[in-house]
Design a protein around this ligand. Structure first.
Ligand code: HEM
Length: 451
């Protein structure tokens, strides 16, 4: 079995090059080695990137029993928990996934838009002329609150702040503790491992308390937040989710859904600010308020050009033919999200930000892949896109921002996501609508208020 061609450099060299400029590195590998590239990355083992949409379709829709995705995520289990849909495979994964999918369906997400708009309007109302913002940080605060309200169903601000403090303390410091078991070792009362365990316990207690409160809430049957829906959900055997499962999935949704969406939003602003014509067209459409075609296209084009996750990941448990190569068991296959998005045959002038490419036609399933695919496709895809659209709708008409850097933020690897190196720093040039003004927020009305 011959593995596909790929760079011969040691794994650590590949990893360092990749982490520094992931998109450029992927492009260079594909140009040199083709649509199927073998890469050794220290800490991740040998993987095979696939840039061919047909081969990716086969991976996402073909036989799944010899593909594992949870196994590759198992390093997250110490924080997300053993029941997390992200770390499970096989029937156990399917059980969690079937329980989690309905609360994230189209009609549910439509109901969350109002909550998102409120949170975003409150955020932008605090922005003052002349102030400097790191947009990725502001977006993280915002998407955290959206998860608290829409997913956890917690709206009381003191409780939101408490969760922000306790869960934030774990989420912010978790990558190092997830990746290095030694960092988690309890080496005495002052050791980092002991401190992390304490923080994790405090976060768990807060989540279990929310679960307990919700179970006792008299209006549980009428509530539409994800936690309430999960409390009412039953699996195929009629069994409800245990508190442990609920805790793990709440943590998972926060871990998978908060930073990713915030990063995607920061990228959206960075791209819009570098493309004044696109920004003007978006403003115009939002002012007209007739439809969201261009707004949705901006979201899609941002996720194409700046995918937050560069590749999905599947580990082979059996030999399998992938894109014509017979790969042995144990190899990781990476359906190359970013690689597909860079293909000139699918996206002419692929390196350019051109939302209009999505304005008339939708996105094709196997050429637009920011959320992966098949039985592991992102559960929060509709929520994330709604969130991006509503945040842009709330913020773009209200402020003029000026980027502090001359050129777009370089894309770097942060943990397992691609992120803007400097977090997208901007100055608030002009507030177009005074903070605290009526928050109808949509279309012509908002423009008139602003004028
Ligand atoms: C722009 C924001 C987001 C991006 C780019 C993103 C991307 C992804 C990707 C690429 C995967 C792996 C798919 C695969 O392996 O085929 C994934 C899985 C997942 N995402 Fe997201 N995601 C985002 C937001 C969210 C949100 C808001 C939530 C929930 C609140 C969420 C929850 C999940 C979960 C639970 C999984 C695991 C699904 C499974 O293993 O069955 N994500 N996401």
């Amino acid at each position: 079995m011959a593995l596909p061609p790929g760079p011969r450099a040691p794994g650590i060299v590949n990893l360092l090059r990749f982490a520094r400029r992931p998109l450029e590195r992927l492009r260079a590998w594909r140009e040199r080695y083709g649509d199927v590239v073998r890469v050794k990355l220290t800490g991740f083992g040998t993987g095979v990137y696939v840039a061919d949409p047909d081969a990716i379709r086969e991976l996402f829709t073909g036989e799944q029993s010899d593909l594992r995705a949870g196994e590759a995520n198992s390093f997250m289990a110490p924080v997300l928990g053993a029941h997390s849909v992200l770390v499970l495979d096989g029937p156990e994964h399917m059980r969690q996934r079937k329980l989690l999918l309905p609360p994230f369906g189209g009609s549910r997400v439509a109901a969350f838009r109002e909550v998102i708009r409120e949170v975003a309007e409150r955020e932008v109302a605090g922005w003052r002329e002349g102030s400097t913002l790191v947009l990725r940080q502001r977006m993280r605060a915002l998407t955290f609150e959206v998860i608290c309200r829409a997913v956890f169903g917690v709206t009381e601000s003191a409780r939101v702040e408490r969760l922000r403090e306790l869960l934030g303390a774990v989420i912010d410091s978790s990558p190092i503790y997830m990746i290095t078991p030694l960092a988690r070792a309890d080496l005495g009362p002052l050791s980092p491992g002991r401190r992390f365990a304490r923080r994790l316990r405090a976060a768990d207690e807060a989540l279990y308390e929310e679960i307990r409160r919700r179970r006792e809430q008299p209006d549980l049957e009428q509530r539409g937040d994800v936690l309430s829906l999960l409390l009412r959900a039953r699996d195929e055997q009629g069994a409800a989710m245990s508190d442990g499962e609920l805790r793990d999935e709440l943590f998972t949704m926060l871990g998978a859904g908060h930073e990713t969406t915030a990063t995607a939003l920061a990228f959206a602003f960075d791209l819009l600010l570098r493309h004044p014509a696109a920004l003007a067209r978006l403003r115009e459409e939002l002012e007209r308020g007739e439809d969201d075609a261009y707004l949705d296209a901006v979201v899609k084009e941002t996720l194409r050009l700046r995918p937050v996750i560069d590749a999905a990941e599947r580990t082979l448990t059996q030999p399998r033919v992938v894109a014509g190569f017979e790969l042995p068991a144990g190899v990781k296959v990476y359906p190359g999200i970013a690689l597909v998005h860079m293909r000139e045959d699918l996206y002419p002038r692929a390196h350019e930000f051109r939302p209009e490419r999505f304005a008339d036609a939708g996105a094709e399933s196997y050429s637009w892949l920011p959320f992966g695919g098949g039985i592991r496709r992102c559960i929060g895809a509709a929520l994330a896109q709604a969130e991006m659209a509503e945040v842009l709708r709330a913020i773009v008409p209200r402020v003029e921002l000026r980027p502090l850097r001359e050129r777009p933020d370089p894309v770097v690897l942060r943990g397992i996501t691609l992120a803007p190196k400097h977090g997208v720093r901007v100055v608030v040039e002009r507030v177009l609508q005074p903070p605290g003004s009526p928050s109808e927020g949509r279309g012509r009305k908002a423009a008139e208020v602003a004028a």
